[in-house]
Write a new protein. Sequence first.
Length: 352
Amino acid sequence: MGRCLESVKDLVDEINIVDTGSTDRTVEIAKEFTDRVFFFEWTGRFTDARNESFKYATKEYTFYLDADDVLLEEDREKFKKLKETLDPAVDSVSMFYNAGTDEFGNVTLQYRRNRLVKTSRNYKWEGDCHNYLNVFGHIINSDIAVTHKKIRHSVGRNLSIYDTKIENGDVFSPRDYFYYGNELRENGHHQKAIESYSKNIELKEGWIEDKVYACINRADCYRFEGDTDKELASLFESLRFSKTPRPEMCSRVGYNFQRKKEYKAAIYWYELATTIENDPNRWSFSYPAYSTWYPHLQLCVCYYNLPDFEKSYKHNELARKYRPDDERVLLNKELLEKKLGLKKETNADTPS
């Protein structure tokens, strides 16, 4: 909480905090930044809490953050400029949400969210678990990013919300099936996740982007279950919705062939993954690893097994740009430098 508020305290004209029953120092910390601290009894629905928080906004625009979100310095400067230049005719400004980062500072999950919205529009949050702000009107996309710095992960909390919906006999939307599938997959319930993703895919209604990733995530579940044929089929089915390949799909197809030691086929798909440019205006999930260090690291392994040590080394070096201290990359570097130096290996290993 303190880290979040510290990153925006000089950027906003008013800070409102809504506490839903914290038992730590959240309220105490919040009062160090604002006297506008309100209380709302937890209903089991994030939507209720978010809509309650928006009631207290009194300024022209409302900017929201969760307690584990921050603006990094580069984005703070961009935010200041936005405030100075924003056309009052704009109803909403979308920003990137960097929902995850690795130990080397690389963004692992990114997508857009309507983040700064005109207060007078009275936009409402919808959805029981994975909420979205139902925004309309004049929307612009910015290059500002909000970065998630979550320390703890509430295992099973979101899953229980969906289980309650099922117990209550609630009708699931295509979006519900997609996110329920995600929760099931993350909690190791692969067969149930496959069923939920399939229901999303089968419905004519629903966002195309959700269907793309329902196919990709379902493929992961098939892989966990050891069904490589259905894994590959599900990956290729994503093309029915995306029309063109996504790096997330290509790298997984590459890994499918790599596990079967079909290295030339794997190389084709990994190299394709590295050439696909990310569309900054796309709103769906983006996992940058699948177009950057990951396919390069796997290309290192594939070329090693052909064997083509020069190309193997080249791709390991490309992976090292993103993960300079990754133990696997450094071990590969040492091994390949010996190979290319024609030094005799007495106990050779293969790249990681």
